[in-house]
Design a protein around this ligand. Structure first.
Ligand code: WT7
Length: 660
């Protein structure tokens, strides 16, 4: 664990337009401060009030927070509810029944709509189908499905019968799938014949077959297959069922099963510092509450909005901000099957224009690659599209560098739309630090301030508060309703990873470094604490160096990792993608020198990368996350022996072996 001592300060400040502020759910900083004060004054009472107002309980809770077995916290423990009721049934009687819940656009551009009533009926049939397979409350169900109405319905159907789902992203390999099936002890896999992305058909069912054939998956009784393409698949009699055959004979009513507030709604596997993924276990009530509140507070959701979160349901963002949050608040949302670059890099902007999207939420990686594409090909520049329907933008998943922020703000938001740079994690269940678009002045590259009720702080290795301007560990001091409840099957690892004894054993350790601005107290996330480098005793955030590199007009994207160094402890190795073609020979040497000097100028000589390596791209997963563990191996000039099954572009590795 280490802290960061220097970080370039960003000075530009942006305010939301007055009419946005006037109409916002949380309007003005006073309103924000009032909520924070309410939480500070009576923490449990604050959350209890919100839980009573937002959730439909079948049995009201009397207990608020139980800390007796910390850090295994419990919220609203004696209350009962059904999450699917809260997302669907409530809209049958509140005027939303015929409102469009989901506008689905397929990879090849076909549009399907489902109203709340239609989605409700389909989920009921789906849930009855699962019941007919003897799937019950508490059973675990793996969902390995593409972005689709059926995929969202699968999650809702599990929630309806109290089964705990575990969605596995469609880009994961058979091996990863098998590991998750075994760890979760799942009774069924819900999948599809194929997944269609970027014009290609990917055989999901065949991967399920392969995973199950690897052995150890004896708990699986059924495989349910959604027919997406009708392409060839292998069918195992007695085990496999077509989804459409399973649901067609079912009733359109399915009584929701009431579960306790702490009942595990889902398990979602995420990478930790060891090789074995962690099964992050979430609750029902606390999780749902925060999904709803952040939709209202951060996304300022209104009845007429067309909301689009581009994340896949295989990630936490797709759970909270596709499947649960938007439906619980009765929003109309886009669900998109495809990828940002197909059929061309104008796809997102074309869809915003076509569907009149008003709230758009995506990842900095996508933004940066679209910047690059727009510069290379003016015909897909966002300026070619009518984006005037947009009123709010969001960013998630990694720090957004100020240059990407500015591009997003100008070219997508027309300098009119606030940007919510939402910091959160699989473990936090929903946003924890983010501007409130109707209140918080925005600073590019800063996720600004904790949401009301979130006691985020920056502390040193011993858990002591650090003053603003001093970088350290990001923690959340008090338990909050949507926090991780456990690591499935591994309570010890849960305690060790998130509540280390050095910090007192009850404070949540986020795993990121952070620094607060001296005047404003704004948070800037400086990167994972395992990505923080120490060079000659000076501490440096990789995000910071990347931001400096990307600020250079010739650079499209950059990733920085540490490399063990005999003299300096660690040295900096930068992997760089230029907006022009990949340089070679003397050209590469010259550009590497220029970039080193550039970084020295931007931050200081200490931040100069010792090595720079150029590639046409960086190694990424299909979801666009840079695979840093591979970069660390490359930086050390070692051969890659790790699993690269989730790597989208293996050919890139060869290019990045050459240092400048
Ligand atoms: C990690 C969590 C948040 C849902 C998707 C990713 C990084 C996330 C931001 C942000 C800077 C961010 C952190 C965090 N991260 N959002 N706005 N600014 N960093 O969830 O896979 O659990 O990853 O993503 O490092 O710890 P995840």
């Amino acid at each position: 664990m280490s802290s960061i001592e220097s970080f370039k300060q960003e000075e530009r400040v942006f305010n939301s337009p007055a009419d946005f502020v006037n109409n916002a759910a949380i309007s003005g900083m006073e309103a924000y401060r009032a909520l924070c004060a309410e939480a500070a004054d009576d923490y449990e009472g604050f959350w209890a009030r919100l839980a009573q107002q937002n959730i439909h309980w079948t049995k009201p809770f009397t207990k608020k927070l139980d800390e007796s077995n910390a850090p295994f916290y419990k919220w609203f423990e004696d209350g009962e509810l059904n999450v699917s009721w809260n997302c669907l049934d409530r809209h049958l009687t509140n005027g939303n029944a015929d409102k469009v819940a989901i506008i689905f656009e397929s990879d090849d551009g076909k549009v399907t709509r489902a109203t709340y009533k239609e989605l409700y009926e389909y989920v009921c049939k789906f849930a009855n189908g699962l019941k007919s397979l003897d799937i019950k409350k508490g059973d675990r169900v793996i969902i390995y499905m593409p972005m689709s109405i059926e995929g969202v319905a699968a999650m809702q159907a599990c929630a309806r019968i109290g089964a705990t789902h575990s969605v596995v992203f469609g880009g994961f390999s058979a091996k990863s799938l098998q590991e998750r099936i075994i760890d979760a002890g799942a009774v069924a896999v819900l999948t599809s014949d194929y997944q269609v992305r970027g014009g290609k058909n990917l055989p999901l069912k065949a991967i399920v077959d392969e995973a199950l054939a690897m052995g150890g998956c004896d708990t699986i009784r059924n495989v349910v297959v959604y027919r997406r393409t009708g392409g060839d698949i292998n069918f195992v009699k007695g085990r496999d069922t077509w989804l459409h055959e399973l649901v067609e004979k079912q009733a359109t009513v399915c009584e929701p099963v009431a579960v306790g507030a702490e009942h595990p709604l889902f398990i979602l596997y995420t990478s930790g510092s060891t090789g074995k993924p962690k099964g992050v276990q979430h609750s029902s009530a606390g999780y749902l509450l925060w999904a709803m509140l952040t939709m209202k507070w951060v996304f300022d959701i209104k009845p007429n909005d067309v909301y689009w979160c581009t994340a896949d349901i295989g990630w936490i963002t797709g759970h909270t901000y596709v499947t649960y949050g938007p439906l619980a608040v009765g929003a109309t949302q886009i669900v998109f099957e495809g990828v940002p670059m197909f059929p061309n890099a104008g796809r997102f902007w074309d869809m915003v224009q076509k569907h009149k999207v008003s709230i758009f939420y995506t990842a900095p990686t996508a933004i940066r690659s679209l910047i690059k594409a727009a510069e290379a090909d003016p015909s897909v520049h966002p300026g070619k599209y009518d984006l005037s329907s947009l009123r709010l933008l969001g960013s998630v998943g990694e720090p957004i560098n100020p240059e990407a922020w500015m591009w997003y703000y100008k070219n997508i938001g027309g300098e009119r739309c606030p940007i919510a740079d939402t910091f959160w994690q699989t473990e936090t269940g929903g946003h924890v630090i983010s501007p409130l678009p109707g209140a918080t002045p925005m600073v590019p590259g800063s996720c600004t301030l904790p949401l009301p009720g979130i006691t985020a702080a920056v502390v040193d290795d011993g858990g002591h508060d650090l003053p603003n301007g001093k970088g350290g560990l990001l923690v959340i001091k008090r338990p909050w309703p949507s926090m991780i409840r456990n690591i499935w099957n591994d309570p010890e690892r849960f305690q060790k990873s998130y509540f280390p004894p050095e910090l007192g054993g009850t404070t949540y350790l986020a795993g990121d470094g952070a620094i607060r601005n001296e005047e404003t107290g704004y948070f800037t996330i400086t990167g994972r604490i395992d990505d923080v480098l120490n060079i000659s005793g000076h501490r440096m955030g990789t995000a910071e160096i990347e931001s400096a590199l990307v600020a250079n007009p010739i650079v499209a994207e950059a990733a920085v990792v540490g490399k063990p160094d005999e003299t300096t402890g660690e040295s900096i190795c930068a992997f760089v993608v230029l907006k022009r073609s990949r340089p070679e020979g003397d050209d590469a040497k010259q550009l590497a020198k220029e970039l080193r000097d550039w970084v020295a100028k931007e931050i200081g000589p200490i931040a100069k990368p010792k090595e720079i390596r150029f590639g046409d791209n960086l190694p990424k997963t299909r979801s666009g996350k840079i695979m840093r563990r591979l970069l660390r191996v490359l930086a050390k000039d070692e051969d890659i022996t790790q699993d690269i099954s989730t790597l989208e572009n293996p050919a890139i590795l060869e290019q990045l072996k050459q240092a400048q």
